[in-house]
Design a protein around this ligand. Structure first.
Ligand code: BES
Ligand code: MN
Ligand code: ZN
Length: 498
């Protein structure tokens, strides 16, 4: 979809559909007031009849409004004044988009961002308008035999009030579009089934990304390479699968050569059956989403590449399946990780940390400014935080503050959980340097503690996205989270550096 900025007299703009916000049942927003004036009070008159329910997201389509060049006017309720917040704003945007799709217009002119809640600055309001709209346009169709006709809407214009700088507006569109593309990639990879989205498929996706963005260099480590390095923990997981594991390493140098890189590490379990510690049957299909950390790394990288961020950025994806098999890990098995630390595998279903620990050790070679891993690591984190916030774990106060702030700004929030040393003994083992699991209590924290033992040589944070990466029930599907948080974090870093 093409996005553009238009300014000037709204009544004089030729457009198939002009979108105007209404507060409550009949209070006109500023753009609506301007149009109302040009139409000789027509909008006021219609609204006085009570045809628009004031609840956020209700719409009313008008034809042939006098005094305008627009073919149609779409009135969109933003909700009552006292309830105008980011949620109601998004609800209105989403509803407006669905209405535009229904009436199959090819082009529309949006003014809703001009009436966003005051908590959003102008650029963020505009960016939200783009991301919410493009997000609503995402449809999963890859494995459906019947494809829906493509969206008619080919161009969406955003009206710019006279006092807003055009350069800032253009940048907001650019960021919104790049972010939406990253989210959409992450959703699509999450949604693809395990028999298509295998470790090899993820590796291919990295190559596809590098083809589209030649600034990205991709290296794929095969099982032989990993064996030579000594990645005994990662390889122990993939031994139970017929799909060969891949370690995907993506390198983008947008900053000075010697600037230390940021590294994103994503858990890429393309299917997690639990291994010999087999998971129960119901809902096991959802474990195709166990590669959503990997998907978010690809999505965030895609956005960073499109935005040409002046950063050195590395993406690392350990990718594997976790299945029961004669060669699979058995409870009690002990493996030696790349770091040299030995691990007693008490539960083969705690496999994410086994592939991540070797990936984290591998990151030492990059001398990173910071490493952030993103993983659907523990059911316990989903139990604690539900589907609202991702779990954040780090001992680095500055990194914690930056990631939490990025989540707030991107509307993709994380919530910090403790990583105190008091929890470390939960991983004590009589037979190895550590066990791969602790007791059920504090399961998300002991998972993070396990990873922390492999992240001592660089600033590090861990995002547990077990609750936030996908939705269930009627809305079952990937969310693309935490791509917005990650991209916002990268934008902030890029701004701080540049
Ligand atoms: N991928 C799962 C975590 C998960 C479970 C995410 C359910 C989302 C929903 C992970 O590999 C796993 O199985 N973790 C175990 C850890 C336990 C054995 C310590 C879990 O959460 O049960
Ligand atoms: Mn598991
Ligand atoms: Zn898993």
């Amino acid at each position: 979809m093409e996005l553009s900025i238009k300014s000037g007299d709204l009544a004089a703009r030729r457009t198939p559909c002009l979108m105007l916000g209404v507060i409550g049942e009949r209070q006109l927003t500023e753009p609506a007031r301007l149009v109302d004036q040009a139409s000789g009070g027509y909008l006021t008159q219609i609204l006085a009849r009570g045809d628009l329910d004031g609840e956020a997201g209700r719409t009313l389509l008008l034809h042939e409004v006098p005094g305008l060049k627009a073919d149609r006017v779409l009135l969109v309720a933003l909700g009552p004044q006292d309830k105008l917040d980011r949620k109601s704003y998004h609800k209105a945007l989403a509803a407006a988009f669905l209405r535009l799709a229904e009436i199959r217009v090819k082009e529309a002119l949006c003014t809703l961002h001009a009436s966003a809640p005051p908590s959003l600055d102008f650029a963020l309001a505009l960016r939200d308008a783009v991301t919410v709209t493009l997000d609503k346009g995402y449809r999963y169709e890859a494995t459906k035999s019947e494809k829906k006709p493509p969206l008619a809407l080919a161009e969406l214009q955003f009206w710019l009030a006279a006092d807003n700088p055009k350069s800032l507006a253009k940048e907001a569109l650019r960021r919104g579009q790049a972010l939406a593309a990253g989210v959409s990639l992450a959703k699509e990879l999450g949604n693809l089934p395990g028999n298509i989205c295998t470790p090899g498929y993820l590796a291919d996706q990295a190559r596809v990304l590098a083809k589209a963005f030649p600034a990205l260099k991709v290296e794929i480590l095969e099982e032989d390479d990993m064996a030579k390095l000594g990645m005994g923990a990662l390889l122990s997981v993939s031994r139970g699968s017929r799909q060969p594991a891949k370690l995907i390493v993506m390198n983008y140098r947008g900053d000075k050569k010697d600037a230390k890189p940021l590294v994103l590490v994503g858990k890429g379990l393309t299917f997690d059956a639990g291994g010999i510690s087999l998971k129960p049957g119901p809902d096991m299909d959802q474990m195709k989403f166990d590669m959503c950390g990997a998907a978010s790394v690809l999505g965030a990288l895609r956005a960073a590449l499109e935005l040409k961020l002046p950063l050195n950025l590395i993406g690392v994806i350990p990718a594997s399946e976790n299945l029961p098999d004669g060669a699979a890990n058995k409870p009690g098995d002990i493996v030696t990780s790349l770091s040299g630390q030995t691990i007693e595998i008490l539960n083969t279903d705690a496999e994410g940390r086994l592939i991540l620990c070797d990936a984290l050790t591998y990151c030492e070679r990059f001398e990173p400014a910071a490493v952030i891993d993103i993983a659907t690591l523990t059911g316990a984190c989903a139990i604690a935080l539900g589907k609202v916030a991702s779990g954040l774990f780090t001992a680095d106060e500055a990194l914690a503050a930056d990631l939490l702030a990025a989540g707030e700004r991107a509307n993709d929030r994380a919530w910090r959980l403790p990583l105190w040393d008091d929890y470390q003994p939960l991983l004590d083992s009589n037979f190895a340097d550590m066990a791969n699991v602790g007791p059920r209590e504090g399961g998300a924290i002991s998972g993070a503690c396990f990873l922390s033992r492999y992240a001592k040589k660089f600033p590090w944070a861990h995002l547990d996205i077990a609750g936030t990466a996908w939705l269930t029930g009627k809305e079952k599907g990937g969310t693309g989270r935490p791509v917005p948080l990650l991209v916002e974090f990268l934008l902030q870093r890029a701004e701080a550096a540049g």
